[in-house]
Design a protein around this ligand. Structure first.
Ligand code: ADP
Length: 541
């Protein structure tokens, strides 16, 4: 090998900001605030205020490599900190306000942050956990002067602080492998684990995600991230949009149907994305009010499986294409995404649609995939043999923060904890998470497939399927249903609907009605359901 002779320019997040400010300075950024009026500016304005925020952090004593925590929603101030902290070499830990107080304090302590910046409606939560925070010395409320409340913790006011600073920052050049973001998994198994994204990973991920085969944004798009900024950097949208010159609309903390529709229509959103629970609310709102989105073209959905019925409703009723994405905190998060290919087009429009609606997505440049059988051999890509899904690539975790061991196997593959099939076209389908698979009489039942059928039954809003210990079959599926408001649906109706569509031994052993609990990232909380119902089939009558 001989070294290449090209410029050695590191991949740094600050370059995204400076690019957007020079190439797309007037592209709008609109943000709903927390109890303050709607905020409007552009990429030039973002660059100015991110510079002021960076000076503020430096003034507070933050230096290269130090962690800074945000506890905040999808707002412009949070976006500014996405560029301010990593811009000068600090690390932004985006804490999740939906964690329990105990887990939240755990992650902030584990991160070792000395500065905590938070949204004003999270003041109570911050005051509650403050006595347990070992390293935080400075609290900053993300608000204007009028809305500011220093609370019992003596919080400083963000707007007051940045107003004193210069609107330009000479972003330093450093190693692209330096850490930029610290994102914790939601801790469904044990304590949350920290994934430390490097500048290189974030930039490459954003470039990969911007490709036409993935998010495919143009400078005409108006992008609204409804995945949280604190959850795997809102799927990289705060970086992909400026790279592509797309406008950004930030919905604050309001994800109910009416609030989303107001922004989608009012701001001309063409592309949005979030977990399925948000879109269930949005579709219910459209159905109840008779409203329709006018400019919205695509909605990216991921984090948990997209019910086929949801994708079909979006397309057939509203002309909106669904783009399913699979990924995890450990993959920044883009892994695969379900965009069409000529090979699918050859099968005809209906067959193509069916594949797009029922697969998590296809192989993307940058992420290698493989599925592995229990004996360690690779499973064929035949679309029917399931195996443990492993991934490898420049934006996949190498080692968790403060963990001694490598997170990967000896060949550098990361075991995702998901079970999947892959077909000859590279389309991947998740059948379950390893820990959610239902083992009944020695066979596996896919909880995702069953939920997908159940949620299409008229009257059903959310369906959760999980395995419960059973005296004869090891485990049997139990189905919990949350009905649409004001609609009645009976056990017999659901059972008959399922019986016409799935094999007999997959049918749930019982069906319950009630509220389905969600995790801190808006997914069905199967751990909680399993715990609450663990004796359903074994308790003595
Ligand atoms: P947590 O593990 O805390 O839930 P993540 O958000 O990182 O946090 O979750 C990643 C997991 O979410 C994946 O391993 C997979 O099980 C699930 N997931 C993500 N996207 C999809 C999808 N489109 N379909 C099915 N499962 C998905």
């Amino acid at each position: 090998m001989i070294p290449g002779l090209m410029q050695d320019v590191p991949l740094q997040i600050s370059s995204i900001l400076t690019y957007a400010a020079s190439a797309h300075p007037r592209r709008a950024i609109v943000s709903r605030q927390i109890g303050e009026p709607m905020w409007r500016y552009d990429y030039a304005g973002l660059a100015r205020r991110a510079a002021q925020a960076a000076h503020t952090l430096v003034r507070l004593g933050v230096s290269t490599g130090d962690r800074v925590t945000t506890l905040a929603w999808n707002t412009h101030r949070h976006l500014e900190l996405f560029y301010a902290a990593p811009g000068f070499g600090a690390v932004l830990h985006t804490a999740n306000p939906r964690l329990s107080d105990e887990q939240l304090a755990y992650t902030i302590n584990h991160a070792g942050s000395e500065v905590l910046l938070f949204d004003r409606n999270l003041l109570d939560q911050v005051e509650r956990i403050a006595p347990d925070l070992k390293y935080v010395k400075t609290y900053v409320m993300l608000s204007g002067r009028e809305a500011h409340d220093s609370g019992a913790i003596g919080a400083l006011c963000y707007e007051d602080m940045i107003a004193q600073e210069q609107a330009a920052f000479d972003w330093p050049r450093f190693d692209e492998n330096a850490a930029a973001f610290l994102c914790y998994t939601s801790g469904t198994t044990g304590d949350p684990k920290g994934v430390l994204y490097s500048h290189r990973a974030v930039v490459l991920h954003a470039m990969g995600a911007g490709l036409a085969s993935a998010f495919g944004f143009t400078a005409f798009d108006v992008v609204m991230p409804c995945s949280s900024l604190y959850h795997a950097t809102a799927w990289g949208l705060p970086f992909v949009a400026p790279i592509c010159g797309s406008s950004l609309v930030l919905p604050g903390d309001k994800m109910d149907g009416a609030s989303l529709h107001e922004l989608i229509d009012g701001e001309g959103v063409t592309f949005t994305g979030g977990v399925p629970t948000i879109w269930t609310m949005y579709l219910t709102y459209l159905e109840q009010t008779g409203q329709r989105p006018t400019l919205l073209k695509r909605v990216m959905i991921g984090g948990s499986a997209v019910p086929r019925a949801m994708a079909e409703t979006f397309k057939t009723r509203y002309g909106v294409a669904t783009l399913q994405i699979w990924g995890m905190t450990e993959t920044c998060p883009l892994g695969v995404i379900a965009s069409p290919t000529p090979a699918l087009a050859e099968l005809g429009p209906e067959a193509m649609q069916e594949i797009i609606w029922t697969r998590q997505g296809r192989l993307q440049f940058g992420i290698e995939l493989k599925i592995v059988a229990e004996d360690g051999t690779e499973c064929p890509w035949d679309g029917s043999t399931p195996g443990a899904l492993k991934v490898r690539g420049p934006w996949v975790v190498g080692r968790y923060f403060r963990h001694a061991d490598d997170a990967n196997d000896l060949d550098g593959w990361f075991d995702t904890g998901d079970i999947a099939t892959i077909d000859q076209n590279g389309f991947m389908r998740i059948t379950d998470r390893t820990k959610d698979v239902i083992k009944s009489g020695g066979e596996w039942i896919s909880s995702i497939d069953l939920e997908n059928v159940a949620v299409a039954c008229p009257g059903v809003r959310v369906a959760a399927v999980f395995g419960v210990p059973h005296p004869r079959w090891d485990e049997r599926p139990l189905l919990v249903i949350e009905a649409h408001e004001g609609q009645q649906v009976s056990k017999e109706e659901v059972m008959a609907y399922l019986a016409a569509r799935v094999v007999k031994w997959w049918l749930p052993e019982d069906i319950l009605f009630g509220t389905v609990p969600l995790t801190s990232t808006g997914k069905i909380d199967k751990k909680c359901l399993r715990e609450n119902h663990k004796t359903h089939f074994t308790r003595p009558d």
